[in-house]
Design a protein around this ligand. Structure first.
Ligand SMILES: O=C(O)CCC(=O)C(=O)O
Ligand SMILES: [Mn+2]
Length: 378
């Protein structure tokens, strides 16, 4: 049992992170909570959502089931933590996967590859990768495609990994359809008027992990942080306000949604391991990408062509994409004077700000302190 391995006073989070990251011998996964089973237990509690906040038509427009059909859970001792196992309509995830791989990777969005490549080289990550990705797995390829080397993309207010801040003068328009999806999910969770101002997409290969961190760079922590996952599954660890608090391990499968709000908004978390999606995961099925025609009328979901889906499904057979959406500023709030410019939203300067290394381990600054939440990434 992972939590019982740690002794009081030590960095329990780090110990459990290493436990789940270990390759040889592989860890025992029997303590990992699987919300897709849909069963409340001594740790898992059902959460009531607000079905009236989102009409069935609004939900379907962005590829979501009617809210009354969603299941939602929290964890004992984590108020404000909401986990919604795959609320997407069958056949709608391929659109979101395609957006993450083909659309959100385009300029002016910023990515890890900008760190050591020219703007023209990172101009068309998708277009430059599709040929290489089409090779059968047995064929030996010289170099990895850009998509295979992609680790993160930022949207909206671009997170600066060095200063761990957002700033008014590095903003590019947030994708409208992703904002719409975020608004529907957060409204159903009891947070009306959510404004999607910053997004971080993390692209995980099968051996990637994401270090222990707290998302605290947003200026208003009363707004929820929304997380969406597609492709292969992950072990996600949710800890406390101190590194000494042993984290709870849970699976995140394709389509799963997580909301960190209230007291859970500033908790330590990490992804120590990517694990294969469960057998028969419908969202990864090549044949499930054509959306029911009755839903197509008002949808923001453009059809995904067979060619595009062939590339996407190839990529997500061994990868996971996670999207976190953040409201940075509270209502009426501005960036501190030193960061502000006269017109923050339209004049995004194109300076490339980067911080994360291009490597399988998406490392973020760590802290061993228990005094306060003093780590760090966003
Ligand atoms: O990949 C995940 O599930 C977590 C991502 C995350 O914590 C982040 O981007 O801040
Ligand atoms: Mn995070």
């Amino acid at each position: 049992m992972a939590a019982s391995m740690v002794q009081s006073g030590e960095d329990a989070f780090r110990k459990i992170f290493k436990f789940y990251k270990r390759r040889n011998p592989p860890p025992d996964f029997s303590d990992v909570i699987d919300f897709s089973r849909g069963e409340p237990s001594d740790k898992v509690v059902a959460v009531k959502l607000e079905p009236g906040a989102v009409s069935d038509v609004e939900a379907a427009r962005v590829g979501l089931q009617p809210v009354r059909n969603w299941k939602a859970f929290s964890l004992q001792g984590y108020p404000g933590f909401i986990f919604i196992p795959n609320p997407f309509l069958l056949g709608s995830q391929p659109f979101w996967v395609r957006q993450c791989l083909k659309i959100y990777t385009q300029k002016p969005n910023v990515c890890n590859l900008d760190m050591h490549m020219s703007a023209s080289d990172t101009q068309d990550i998708w277009g430059k990768s599709i040929h290489g990705l089409s090779f059968p797995p047995s064929a030996k390829r010289e170099a990895k495609t850009l998509l295979e080397r992609l680790r993160w993309v930022t949207l909206g207010y671009h997170y600066n990994w060095d200063t761990k801040t957002y700033s008014a003068n590095h903003y590019t328009p947030f994708p409208a359809e992703l904002h719409l999806l975020s608004v529907q999910i957060t409204a159903a969770c009891g947070f009306p008027r959510f404004i999607s101002e910053a997004g971080i997409l993390n692209y995980y290969r099968s051996d990637s992990s994401l270090g222990i961190h707290v998302d605290e760079s947003e200026l208003d922590h009363s707004r929820p942080l929304l997380s969406l996952s597609f492709g292969q599954s992950a072990i996600f660890l949710l800890g406390g306000t101190c590194r000494q608090d042993p984290p709870t391990a849970m699976y995140m499968h394709s389509g799963d949604v997580m909301v960190l709000s209230g007291q859970s908004r500033l908790l330590y978390h990490a992804v120590p391991r990517i694990v294969p999606a469960p057998q028969g995961c419908a969202s990864l099925d090549m044949n499930s990408h054509s959306l029911d025609s009755t839903l197509q009328e008002h949808t923001v979901l453009e059809p995904v062509s067979d060619q595009d889906w062939a590339v996407c499904s190839k990529y997500i057979q061994s990868s996971r994409v996670n999207v976190t959406i953040r409201q940075v500023l509270g209502p009426g709030q501005n960036f501190p004077e030193t960061f502000s410019t006269s017109h923050p939203r339209n004049e995004g300067d194109q300076t490339v700000e980067r911080g994360l290394a291009d490597g399988a381990f998406l490392k973020r600054k760590r802290s061993n302190s228990c005094d306060c939440v003093d780590t760090v990434q966003t």
